[in-house]
Design a protein around this ligand. Sequence first.
Ligand code: OOG
Ligand code: NI
Length: 303
Amino acid sequence: MSTSSNNIETLDGVMNGLMSRYRERVPDVNGIIDAMIADGVIASAGDIENDHIAFRTMGVPNLGIASFEKIFLHYGYQKRDEYNFIEKKLTAYWFSPPEPRFPRIFVSELRVHELSETAQQIIRNYTDQVTSDPVDALDLDDAQAVDAFLHQPLWETPTLADYQTLLAESEYAAWVIYNRYYLNHFTISVHNLKAGYNTIGEYVAFLEQHGFKLNTAGGKVKISPDGDLRQSSTVAQMIDADFAGGDTYRIAGSYVEFAERLVLPQFRNLSPESVTRAHRREGFETGNADKIFESTFTSQTGK
Ligand code: OOG
Ligand code: NI
């Protein structure tokens, strides 16, 4: 039994757990926060608006978006638009939050059945260990249980050979087989920062002055065709991964994203103080996202 106010409390707990593991895994997060504090952009991390967070999933029975989404639908998130990435063989949706203080969520899924037989077999070797939807067995009203679930192995630790075979065919597949439901990125809302930092161009200049390495796929700033959603991201940070059989290898972990959502044309006459999230460009953009995925790809991490 749960009331919606309980759900919001549980969601707070789940988000805090996700963000604390993410900050440990991705040193750029604290690095960027510290640089913003040093430059007087914010007083503390709490001043940052989190535009969205993102997760990656394997599209196989009992897993994928159909399983994963049950967690956040339970807390009042609503499923919104679908996006298709033909070459990367991915499907994604975004979910709008129950209250504007929570981030949007972007969840993608690998269409495993479109991969080669070899890659499918490798993936199924691991994911077939999941014989029922694990979210159905989870007490979604228990924030600690959900936090543990999001950071626990869903299948056996892969071998380095399997990781490398997957990497050669689908970098996304390799990322998920090792990193599972670890937070892929959080996103700093740039448009609500102080003047001088509140456009993506100015913000990217600030990041580069401080030495952060940016994803250059499709250019450092990805711009939607309507011009109103502008995104940049860091290159994923490398982690020392322990593989089955004792091999260790440096692989891509998670990254940080930056988004500027412009005020929609019909609201551009509003005074700046009266502009809210509802007046700005919503959702995501396939062309932008396609390049942001590459933040974890060797073409970017190996630069
Ligand atoms: C997600 C890439 C897309 C966005 O904001 O469009 C994305 C991922 O790398 O899993 O984050
Ligand atoms: Ni994103």
